[in-house]
Every structure is written in C-alpha cells, then in structure tokens.
Design a protein around this ligand. Structure first.
Ligand code: CMP
Length: 140
C-alpha cells in the first residue's frame, strides 16, 4: 500500500533567498514528484512571524528566530504528494545544518542553525497552522 497524498508547507528562509537557492530547492521537490500547489514570496511582519512560530514562544532562541525570519523576503510553498510531511522533512535534513546528512538540502547548502535555509512543517497539525499564518485568509 502506498502512502496517501497529503500537503505540507516549506518556507525558503531569508538566507536561502539571498543566496539564490529558491529555484534549486523547489526543483528538488518537483524532481522528487511533489506538486507545488501554492507559492508566494513575502517579507514577514513581526506579528506574522510570531504567529507562524508560536510553538517556540518563550524559548531562548525565539527572539533571534523572529529577527532572522523577518530580515528579508522568504518564499513559501505548499507541496502535495505521498507522505509529504515526513518525506519533505527527510529531504530538508537535520535542524543543525552542520549535522545534516549529505544529500539533504541543509546538508548540501548550509552550516547554520537559525539560518538553516529552509523550514518545513513537522506534522499535519503544524501544516494547518503554518499555512494559515503564512498566507493569511486570502486565497489567490
Ligand atoms: P525551523 O525548522 O524553522 O524551526 C524553528 C527554528 O528555530 C529552527 O528551524 C532553527 O532555525 C531555529 N533555532 C534556533 N535555535 C534553535 C534551537 N536551540 N533549537 C531549535 N531550533 C532553533
């Protein structure tokens, strides 16, 4: 039995956008077989960033995380395909980029922690929350 199709969200962070990695990153997911269902570049306001990352509120790195994610444009994409949440997380790699396996996005492109190139939802529940926080109420 193959896994059912589901949706997940990735956000190419300001370091990934500044370094011109958007095309390569989206290309990896498309080459794997995921379909890009929504795509938007925007610069997050502080309020949007705090809502997006609300599970981390109160943690010692929260301030740094919000400052970083609002420091420039980001690109959010909803990706659809089999077992998307887990499969995309495997392709993204470990949070500490210097520990991420070769062949993963963080493993191949970065050394950072806060600046770890890309965010991906870690569960279906997180996806629902993050999609609403990132795109807001409007569909377009
Ligand atoms: P991300 O997948 O976007 O989810 C939360 C982010 O917080 C994480 O990637 C890291 O970029 C950042 N971060 C910074 N410090 C820490 C930390 N000590 N533990 C977890 N995440 C951290």
């Amino acid at each position: 039995m193959s896994a059912p199709a589901e949706d997940t969200l990735i956000v190419v962070k300001p370091d990934g956008v500044r370094r011109g990695l958007v095309g390569q990153i989206l290309g990896r997911f498309e080459a794997k077989g995921f379909v890009v269902k929504r795509l938007q570049m925007l610069t997050m306001s502080k309020a949007k960033a705090e809502e997006f990352y609300n599970v981390h509120k109160g943690k010692p790195f929260f301030g740094e995380l919000v400052t970083f994610i609002t420091s420039g444009p980001v690109v959010g994409a909803v990706l659809s395909g089999r077992d998307a949440v887990a499969t995309v997380r495997r392709m993204v790699g470990a949070t500490r980029s210097w520990e991420a396996a070769a062949g993963t996005i963080r493993g191949d492109y970065g050394l950072g922690y806060t600046d770890n190139i890309i965010h991906a939802s870690d569960s279906v529940e997180s996806f629902t929350h993050e999609q609403a926080a990132f795109f807001g109420k409007t569909r377009g």
